[in-house]
Design a protein around this ligand. Structure first.
Ligand SMILES: [Fe+2]
Ligand SMILES: [Fe+2]
Length: 188
């Protein structure tokens, strides 16, 4: 299991690349089976990347006193809720519907899909921490803004961890799933 761990792996494991080697990423968009729904799904991933990057940047700016406390709290409440709710919804749909569909189409990749499901569990713990710290920051913005700095440091640590894990997860997930979708014309 450890060689597949989100904290240590460096990319999609070699033994899960059977279709990726014949359908490399740079040819996906021109493939006749590259459907709108695949594009939308990858678009959601881009949105998650954007949101974590934004929250990370805001936290750095606040800690360097380039962003005012109420602005930071308001932006965090907005972008944080978007990230938390949408990512949870996205993971639930993948676990319940998308991964079983891919596995039924091509059982060779069952182990890879299981790895991605484990990633979701690992990310969940960090997302809970993110939600708790975010809530505290928003409350402190009203009750006692002078105490926001420590919490913002915690937020920066948490969102940096999520950013790294998410980038690994999203890239490997695309590298596994898109070639299956294209090869089996699942969205054509
Ligand atoms: Fe996922
Ligand atoms: Fe995903």
């Amino acid at each position: 299991m450890t060689q597949y761990d989100i904290q240590t792996r460096k990319g999609l494991p070699q033994e899960m690349q059977a279709l990726l080697t014949v359908l490399p990423r740079d040819g996906w968009r021109d493939h006749p089976n590259f459907a709108r729904s695949i594009q939308n799904w990858m678009g959601a991933h881009q949105m998650f990347r954007g949101l974590t990057g934004q929250i990370r940047q805001d936290s750095e700016d606040f800690l360097e006193q380039k962003q005012e406390d109420q602005t930071y709290a308001a932006r965090l409440a907005h972008f944080g809720m978007l990230l938390f709710n949408n990512l949870h919804g996205h993971h639930s749909w993948e676990d319940r519907s998308f991964f079983p569909e891919l596995e039924a189409a091509d059982p060779r990749f069952a182990r890879g899909l299981e790895m991605l499901e484990s990633d979701h569990e690992a990310l969940d713990g960090h997302l809970d921490q993110f939600r708790r710290t975010g809530n505290r920051l928003v409350q402190l913005a009203t009750l006692d803004p002078t105490q926001m700095k420590d919490e913002a440091g915690q937020m920066l640590d948490t969102v940096t961890t999520i950013d790294g894990f998410l980038e690994r997860h999203l890239t490997d997930e695309e590298d596994l799933a898109v070639p299956i979708l294209l090869h089996h014309a699942l969205r054509g």
